[in-house]
Ligand binder design. Structure first.
Ligand code: FAD
Length: 477
């Protein structure tokens, strides 16, 4: 460390982004401290990826074992299947504690100083840390802000944490409501719909936009709807706002047309999960002390090197990563941004490439994608003067998926006509979240379907759905 500073690097926020940045910083030889106001591990470990995947693992098995038709087709008979809600919730909790402990220990082992308290920028290269006991100042050559996000609750929706709640409370699985309304059909709403329906709840899904699952490619959303929603008897409203939600028994939900705002229906349900997106934690961070203004939605402005911007200018030695920047609100994106920030701190001039970062919903079956949807690719093509083509292949034509008895699914490859450059890949089907990485690599390397059509995929594997798509794209060129 330079003599003038307490640390080379201080990170504010020990979520997945802050943790990743700290580990990379140590490997680059930086003396590092991390400030955390609440639990180590942030949203991902405590209220996000980890507990939700633990609940999905348990509920998914319940669904599988209760799907006797599916198991009988594989030659298996299963007797009555019971589950214990409390035990499922405990398992998720135990996993969260273990991972939180591992993460904290890994930082201690690497000699990263963990400073409890609320971190606030107090001028260039200076952070104050506030706890109940008081305030202290730490100085650092560089500072990374990684303060994450919290659930967004639209006006008109009143939370009580018991009958009307966000994912933070839903993950505790304190009870199993018979009828749950889920507001928002993004990946968080969908994953909870998957958990609840597997455990026997009935679901009504309410989406403000016209397309259910609006972030997914329309073809994927259509087929996913046919598999994840219709057979599970979910009631759905699209183009509809949950205009007023009042907690109680029952929860009363006033539904309105999203365009006219006229009331179209009133629901009375046992519980309501509000999954309407997330907002950044960016207030009271001392940003104005260094001339930084957050954007209209509160996100911290950054460039593609993860430097914090004051107007157009990068603020020296101040960086921000993760959900608080609002770029791609996913755990692995936060870690990737952390690595880029640290590399730049070390003078290595790296930029982040969001195009090749995949996203997944861990429903049964899963949904994953990387790159552009077809409408977005066509819009880009119109602006830049190129044509877009796409091919679809189906899991029902894939030997491995058939052998697994899991043949619902589709893969879609979107590419540039002529050069064949891959612009987007979307998969809905068993193990979609693992299959997507070949496509991420292809997009990162700007590969074309012409090259990938000659890549040999092992047989029989699920990855042949992509193999078939590339070959079909070349044949239709
Ligand atoms: P966070 O993980 O939110 O961490 C920020 C940390 O900063 C917190 O610990 C907070 O206490 C601390 N903090 C804030 N302000 C201060 C301050 N001033 N001083 C000190 N400490 C401060 N992503 C995936 O990629 N895959 C998934 O499967 C997935 N599932 C999810 C499921 C759910 C239900 C939810 C809600 C999210 C899920 N996510 C998933 C998203 C993922 O959790 C976030 O993208 C990720 O946690 C962002 O990491 P972060 O480091 O930016 O912020």
């Amino acid at each position: 460390v330079s003599q003038e500073f307490d640390y080379d690097l201080v990170i504010v926020g020990a979520g997945v982004g802050g943790h990743g940045a700290a580990i990379h910083a140590v490997s680059c030889g930086l003396k590092t401290a991390i400030i955390e106001a609440s639990e180590m591990g942030g949203t991902c470990v405590n209220r996000g990826c980890i507990p939700s995947k633990a609940l999905l693992a348990a509920s998914g098995r319940v669904r599988e074992l209760r799907n006797t038709h599916h198991l009988e087709s594989l030659g298996i008979q299963v007797g009555g299947v019971e589950f214990d809600r409390g035990a499922i919730a405990n398992h998720a909790n135990t996993l969260v504690s273990k991972i939180r402990g591992d993460l904290t220990n890994s930082l201690k082992r690497l000699k990263v100083d963990i400073i409890p308290g609320w971190g606030r920028v107090a001028g260039q290269q200076k952070v104050t840390v506030t706890t109940d006991e008081g305030e202290k100042t730490v100085t650092a050559k560089d500072i990374i802000l990684c303060t994450g996000s919290i659930p967004f609750v639209p006006p008109g929706i009143e939370l009580d944490g018991k009958t009307v709640f966000t994912s933070d409370d839903a993950l505790k699985l304190e009870w199993l409501p018979k009828w749950v309304a889920i507001v928002g059909s993004g990946y968080i709403g969908l994953e909870f719909a998957d958990i609840y329906t597997a455990l026997g709840s009935e679901i009504t899904m309410i989406e403000a936009l016209d397309q259910l699952m609006p972030t997914f490619d329309p073809d994927i959303a259509k087929l996913a709807s046919r598999v994840l929603i219709s057979p599970r008897d979910m009631e759905t409203y699209s183009g509809t706002l949950a205009q007023k939600v009042t907690p109680g028994s029952p929860v009363v939900i006033e539904l309105a047309d999203a365009k006219t705002k006229e009331v179209v229906d009133v629901l009375e349900v046992d519980a309501c999960l509000v999954a309407t997106g997330r907002i950044p934690v960016s207030k009271d961070l001392g940003l104005s002390a260094v001339g930084v203004e957050t954007d209209r939605r509160g996100f911290i402005p950054v460039n593609d090197q993860m430097a914090v911007l004051s107007g157009e200018e990068a603020v020296p030695h101040l960086w921000a990563i993760g959900d608080a920047t609002g770029k791609l609100m996913l755990a692995h994106a936060a870690s990737a941004q952390g690595v880029v920030a640290v590399e730049n701190i070390c003078g290595r001039h790296r930029t982040i490439d969001y195009r090749s970062i995949p996203a997944a919903a861990f429903t049964h079956p899963e949904i994953s994608y990387v790159g552009l949807t077809e409408p977005a690719a066509k819009e880009l093509g119109e602006q830049e003067g190129f044509e877009v083509a796409s091919v679809r292949t189906y899991f029902k034509g894939n030997s491995k998926a058939i052998a697994e008895g899991e043949a619902d699914g589709i893969a879609k490859v979107i590419y540039r006509k002529g050069s064949g450059e891959i612009l987007g890949v979307h998969i809905f089907g068993i193990h979609a979240s693992d299959l997507i990485h070949e496509a991420s690599n292809a997009i990162a390397q700007r590969q074309s379907v012409n090259t990938l059509a000659y890549l040999v995929h092992a047989h029989p594997t699920l990855s042949e759905v992509l193999d078939e798509a590339y070959k079909r794209a070349v044949a239709s060129h």
